[in-house]
Design a protein around this ligand. Structure first.
Ligand code: TTP
Ligand code: MG
Ligand code: MG
Length: 473
């Protein structure tokens, strides 16, 4: 392992929610929750203000609404997140050719390879400069971890959150890891974590003490060996520059073959959920769902199903995986299960509208989120957003959070809609918090618009459309 903390890990703070707060001045400092707003929707992320209520990623939206009823609930604007992600990744590539993106908001950078940093002092300078550049170019904050390995750099950025920088000095890694939960280590998921806990091992220090033989006995040869090295802070994985992702998949090997068909079904559902989380984390969707099953005798088979269009809907992937499982004989036991999605696509505007429309069907009752009259005086500025217009055939749907333009009032965003009305808050990234006005949903003066760049003069408009001028108050 190298002697200097020259592996950098960057992760943007509350990424989707921070973009929404930067776009919408009235939401700054407020609880903001981004995700699917339909009946089966889940939270993509929550602003730090919303996390104080216990809301977090992957939580069912209905539960979030109970915990934080006054938060702003918004649908994601992937196109804009992707544009900002590209700006951030561009800044990382200015530091080094070795940049390994892990998702839209996260990447490893090897600072040593291009001579950007060689010791702690130079690494700190680069990390601090990067954070300043990210703020200047995107208006957002990201947290930076610096260490001598990928594992520790990622732990460091987690410790730095939000809006910070942490360096783990080489030589201090083991002492730092010792009291941490085994779940901190890459490769220790809930199942392995439970397994270790039943053996009385809950911290990394206890893992190291247990010794390699014991871990191999508990977890199998490959896994036990690898995790023992991680527990000793030995992580030699190098930063691998971006490759084109062909598929996203997750799999689990079971220490004891699973015979119970119900349990196999539950595991497949769990893997489908995890796979979708990873897919969404990378800002992707995909058309082909793949199920992989390795049986007790090591025979391995895959079954796949191709959908009409790309999806990143956990329910759709779960259902497809369940159908595929029906095609597989699992008597005799299962050693490994995997769920993958291939045929990857970037989100397109069309997908999002299709998704939004789908979420409206059978969604919140008519009138939810309706707000009569103007709500400009309300402190939180984030009251009853949510709700989808479900009026007459052909009526337009206005999803909370989407950009709109009004012929008279300019650029704004949909705050809520229902019973034939839509409320719009007129503000832009550079303006002060704006006023809310209510219109009929079919008001001809109101049209959908592209997002505006977060930073004046930036090139951040999504879809290459950029800013349409003349709306900055
Ligand atoms: P994260 O980096 O995991 O989370 P975050 O940036 O929102 O917050 P933190 O400050 O803790 O890093 O994920 C990046 C984005 O990916 C997140 O803003 C939304 C999306 N995402 C999902 O859509 N679903 C998920 O389950 C997770 C974890 C993230
Ligand atoms: Mg993040
Ligand atoms: Mg992340």
């Amino acid at each position: 392992m190298r002697a200097a903390p020259t592996i950098l890990h960057l992760d943007m703070d509350a990424f989707f929610a921070s973009v929404e707060q930067a776009s919408k001045p009235s939401l700054r400092g407020k609880a903001v929750i981004v995700g699917g707003l339909g009946p089966r929707g889940v939270v993509a992320t929550a602003s730090y203000e919303a996390r104080a209520f216990g809301v977090h990623s992957a939580m069912p939206m209905a539960q979030a609404r109970r915990l934080a009823p006054n938060a702003a609930y918004l649908v994601p604007r992937f196109q804009l997140y992707r544009t900002i992600s590209e700006q951030v990744m561009g800044l990382l590539r200015e530091l080094s050719p070795l940049v390994e993106p892990l998702s839209l908001d996260e990447a490893f950078v090897d600072l040593e390879v291009a001579g950007a940093a060689w010791d702690e002092t130079s690494a700190r300078l680069v990390g601090g400069g990067l954070r300043a550049d990210i703020r200047r170019v995107t208006g957002l904050t990201g947290s930076v971890g610096l260490a001598a390995s990928k594992m520790l750099a990622k732990i460091a950025s987690e410790q730095a959150k939000p809006d910070g920088l942490v360096v783990i000095e080489p030589g201090t890694e083991r002492a730092l890891l010792a009291p941490m939960s085994v779940r901190t280590l890459p490769g220790v998921g809930p199942a392995t974590g439970d397994h270790l806990r039943r053996a009385g091992i809950t911290t990394v220090g206890e893992m190291a003490e247990a010794g390699e033989d014991e871990l191999v006995r508990l977890l199998g040869k490959a896994h036990g060996h690898a995790l023992y090295a991680m527990a000793l802070a030995r992580d030699e994985r190098s930063v691998v520059a971006e490759r084109e992702t062909k598929s996203v998949s997750v799999e689990d090997t079971y220490d004891v073959d699973i015979h119970d068909r119900v349990r196999v079904g539950v595991e497949v559902q769990r893997l489908a959920e995890r796979c979708v989380r990873r897919l969404r984390g990378a800002g992707l969707s995909g058309r082909t769902i793949v199920l992989k099953v390795r049986r007790y005798d090591f025979s391995t088979l895959t079954r796949s199903e191709t959908l009409r269009g790309p999806t990143d809907d956990p329910a759709v992937v779960r259902e497809a995986a369940a159908r595929l499982l029906e095609l597989v004989d699992t008597t005799g036991g299962v050693r490994l299960l995997g769920v993958g999605v291939s045929g990857l696509a970037d989100y397109t505007q069309e997908d999002l509208f299709a998704q939004a429309a789908g979420e409206g069907d059978g969604g919140p009752g008519l009138g939810e989120g309706d707000r009569d009259g103007e709500g400009g005086g309300e402190g939180a500025g984030a009251g009853d957003v949510g709700g989808v217009v479900e009026g007459a055939v052909g009526e337009r749907r206005w999803m909370p959070g989407r950009d709109v333009r009004h012929a008279v009032y300019g650029h704004g965003w949909v705050q809520g809609s229902g019973v034939g009305r839509v409320t719009v808050r007129f503000e832009t990234p550079g303006s002060s918090p704006g006023r809310v006005r209510t219109f009929l949903v079919d008001d001809p003066e109101l049209v959908e618009a592209d997002p505006l760049p977060l930073v004046a003069g930036g090139c951040g408009g999504a879809g290459g459309a950029g800013a349409v001028g003349g709306v900055l108050a």
